[in-house]
Write a protein that binds this ligand. Structure first.
Ligand SMILES: [Zn+2]
Length: 257
């Protein structure tokens, strides 16, 4: 190890190495290892945080309560690719080239769902609230009952989502978020993974459906690190005019629902 705490994370596959090399030993990509302070090599658990010991509670396979119904957004094509509506408590990654219309589509999804009584929040790390309002106005959605916020600090976002109850939350985009628990910059493997993990955990715990926007990099990967694809329940890729004007079910989707 070069110096204490310094490790090298592959920006392509997320593998963590203790030594820098020109080629990632895990995915064979060249020039993808970047020094990230605070990232831990696999197997190295944190010893700084006090751990609470709690007995494991088992439950039966059969449930007495019916699962909550899927959230129908009213944007029919979006509901269709989600398998007939968004599952409460699920996390979806919406990938696509920058500028393809992910933000516009998701604002429309929020407005449409809100009109059907779904409580929606749209949190942007890319645009100011005024810019989002302007876009909503141009789309004729200015009166939609959607809660807006411009924020990039993960801690503030989690606090807000724990405090207020939403059914559907859009995070635009996962690359702009940063967690103060890590020193690495926004958009790095460490940050993207940490932020996505916390948001997915919140989605499961509170039963809120979270839609994460992820930009596709030059070589066509969502969010650069493929780690996010493994954290979410499904990946939708938004391809725009070249293919279909609406999201298509990605070949790499994992449908855990
Ligand atoms: Zn790699």
């Amino acid at each position: 190890m070069a110096r204490d705490g310094a490790v090298y994370a592959c920006q392509s596959c997320g593998a963590v190495q203790t030594k820098w090399s020109g080629q990632c030993p895990a995915c064979q990509s060249w020039n993808t290892l970047v020094e990230e302070v605070g990232a831990r090599p696999p197997g190295a658990l944190s010893t700084t945080k006090a751990t609470r010991v709690r007995g494991l509670q088992f439950t039966g396979l059969e449930s007495e309560t019916a699962p909550p119904p899927r959230i129908l957004t009213g944007v029919d094509e979006f509901d269709r690719v989600c398998g007939g509506g968004v599952v409460p408590g699920s996390a979806l990654l919406i990938g696509g080239d920058p500028g393809v219309g992910k933000s516009t589509l998701l604002l429309q999804v929020c407005a449409s769902a809100a009109a059907r009584g779904v409580s929606c929040a749209y949190i942007s790390g890319e645009e100011a609230v005024e810019q989002i309002r302007g876009r909503a106005d141009r789309m004729g959605l200015a009166k939609a009952n959607v809660s807006l916020a411009a924020e990039t600090a993960l801690r503030d976002i989690l606090d807000g989502l724990k405090r207020d109850s939403f059914d559907l939350v859009v995070i635009d985009s996962i690359q702009t978020l940063w967690s103060d628990a890590h020193e690495a910059g926004p958009g790095t493997v460490t940050q993207v993974r940490a932020c996505a993990t916390e948001l997915v955990r919140l989605a499961k715990k509170k039963g809120v459906a979270i839609l994460l926007v992820g930009h596709v990099t030059k070589d066509g990967q969502i969010a650069g690190p493929r780690v996010v694809e493994h954290l979410v329940d499904a990946v939708l890729s938004f391809e725009g005019e070249r293919g279909y004007p609406l999201p298509t079910r990605s070949a790499c989707s994992r449908w855990a629902m």
